[in-house]
Design a protein around this ligand. Sequence first.
Ligand code: SF4
Ligand code: SF4
Length: 105
Amino acid sequence: MWDCTACAACCREAFDTVPVEDDDRVTLARRADWIETDADGWRHLRRVPVASGCGTRCAALEGDGPFHCVIYEDRPSACSGLDAGSEACLFARRRLGLDHSSGAV
Ligand code: SF4
Ligand code: SF4
């Protein structure tokens, strides 16, 4: 069984950015303060450096295990569409050196 609260690899250094698309209307409407827009119009969630200094994590992520998304109900589709156990999930876990062959965390 996958325990996202003990993992959060996809919210941490595994990925560099979380895009906010036009279809993410809830995020755009209710969480504008979490969104950054680059000069070329690319919208994404704010990131903060990780303690090790090697990479960033989503600014909406709290904790160090258990982890907690403070905008979970309003998170972008890039997050809600990433299912635990999916290829993207296993890729994220592999990048952080976590078990990516079973549900064990
Ligand atoms: S990488 Fe997978 S198990 Fe870890 S938090 Fe993301 S969806 Fe959950
Ligand atoms: S918005 Fe929430 S679910 Fe999405 S990357 Fe950030 S902390 Fe993770």
